[in-house]
Write a protein that binds this ligand. Structure first.
Ligand SMILES: Cc1cc2nc3c(=O)[nH]c(=O)nc-3n(C[C@H](O)[C@H](O)[C@H](O)COP(=O)(O)OP(=O)(O)OC[C@H]3O[C@@H](n4cnc5c(N)ncnc54)[C@H](O)[C@@H]3O)c2cc1C
Length: 379
């Protein structure tokens, strides 16, 4: 069994040897990186957080966050291919019946079945309780109807955790929500791949359900009405992961800018010798370290089972904004060359804003942080 540090070292080597050389090519072609996905399967990334009992690596949140940050510092998009898949797997691992765990988790861990999580709909993202997709009981199965959008791995994935309404009239609304594992087939298909600013190569798609029949034993946990808790229950870990992706982009932008600033000369000296550039580098490095510490703090609490909604929201908010700020500063340091597709900084700049949206927008993180501050500090 490898130690956590050995796992991170091997991921670092893989990033340099395999990922960095092809990132630009796949990103610019917006092409699904099949070869990289096969390698990620071999590295065990599709089972990174799945219990070893089911064939996964069983990594802690702290180690998984380091792994994510390492990969995202080179190219963020491939992280989405296994991370969204692992959110689906975590739903089964945390809330599934024993039979569901035995049936699905080994195939998720090996990457033989891959997929993601279907929550968002055209009319509902932040306000998840207003989703309209329904599942109606029909004998030993359910019939699912509705549309999901922005679903990561929607085209190349085959299985998704899908949030639905089993009782559309329930009050409060979350009591009528359930989560199903749905495999593509009759009545369930990806209708279109969404074109995006960044986060290329990975497929974000609309999923359409038209009388899609799902066996009742694919209702996660086997009891209706628990879907909303199952969906939001994974958010603390989800936020730590998005924070790690933002911090990775921030670190990659710093790394490239630091190198470039020492190579590029103006007025007879490297631009790194101009104080205006030094101020940028100092702020960038400080943001990376602060992000890392916030992520470590949240992940440590998560791993010991302590409540960490405040900490994971702070990490997500700060590190995702750090990704945006550092990628913009790297653009400035690269001058005109930042606009060239020959350099990676333009990709960091396009990829970073997504981290401010996913797993709860940063506006919502601020609201969560403020509510927690008030709750933890009553007069
Ligand atoms: C590339 C990409 C990949 C994605 N992958 C997935 C996926 O795999 N699965 C999935 O289910 N979803 C996915 N999403 C969807 C994502 O989770 C949603 O976009 C996100 O939750 C925000 O929802 P929305 O876009 O509907 O924005 P809205 O909810 O319409 O929000 C719009 C704006 O209003 C603000 N706002 C909303 N409510 C409040 C409030 N109460 N107080 C203050 N401000 C508020 C928001 O912060 C935001 O600024 C993905 C999105 C993208 C762009």
């Amino acid at each position: 069994m490898s130690s956590d540090n050995e796992i991170i070292d091997s991921i670092e080597r893989w990033c340099e040897r395999e990922l960095r050389p092809v990132a630009k090519k796949f990103d610019h072609a917006d092409e699904y990186p099949e070869t990289i996905v096969e390698q990620m399967k071999e590295l065990g990334l599709f089972g990174a957080t799945i219990d070893p009992e089911y064939g996964g690596l069983g990594l802690s949140a702290a180690t998984y966050a380091r792994l994510v940050m390492t990969i995202a510092s080179v190219w963020m998009a491939p992280v989405g291919i296994f991370n969204s898949h692992l959110i689906m797997a975590a739903c089964v691992q945390r809330h599934g019946t024993s039979e569901q765990k035995r049936r699905w988790l080994p195939k998720f861990a090996s990457g033989d079945i891959r997929g993601g999580i279907g929550l968002t709909e055209p009319n509902a993202g932040t306000d998840l309780q207003s989703i309209r997709t329904t599942a109606r009981r029909d004998g030993d199965s359910y019939l699912i109807n509705g549309t999901k959008t922005w679903i990561t791995n929607g085209v190349y994935g085959s299985c998704f955790g899908v949030l639905v309404k089993t009782d559309p009239d329930a009050q409060p609304r979350h009591k009528g929500m359930s989560m199903f594992l749905c495999e593509k087939g009759a009545g369930f298909k990806a209708s279109k791949k969404i074109r995006k600013l960044g986060y290329k190569s990975i497929d974000s798609a609309e999923l359409v359900f038209e009388d899609h029949r799902v066996p009742a034993d694919q209702l996660i946990g086997g009891i209706e009405g628990r879907g909303f808790q199952q969906a939001v229950g994974g958010l603390e870990l989800g936020r730590i992961n998005v924070a790690a992706r933002g911090a990775g982009i921030a670190a990659g932008a710093l790394r490239d800018a630091l190198r470039y600033a020492q190579e590029r000369q103006t007025f007879g000296k490297p631009i790194a010798q101009h104080q205006a550039i030094q101020l940028k580098l100092a702020d960038m490095a400080t943001r990376v370290e602060a992000s890392r510490l916030l992520i470590e703090q949240a992940a440590r609490k998560y791993d010991t089972g302590e409540r960490c909604d405040l900490e994971s929201s702070m990490a997500k908010l700060f590190a995702s904004e750090a990704g945006v700020e550092n990628s913009l500063e790297a653009m400035r340091i690269f001058g005109g060359y930042s606009y060239s597709t020959d350099f990676d900084v333009e990709r960091y700049y396009r990829d970073a804003p997504l981290m401010c949206i996913g797993e709860g927008t940063n506006e919502m993180q601020r609201i969560i942080i403020a509510r927690q501050l008030i709750e933890r500090n009553p007069l």
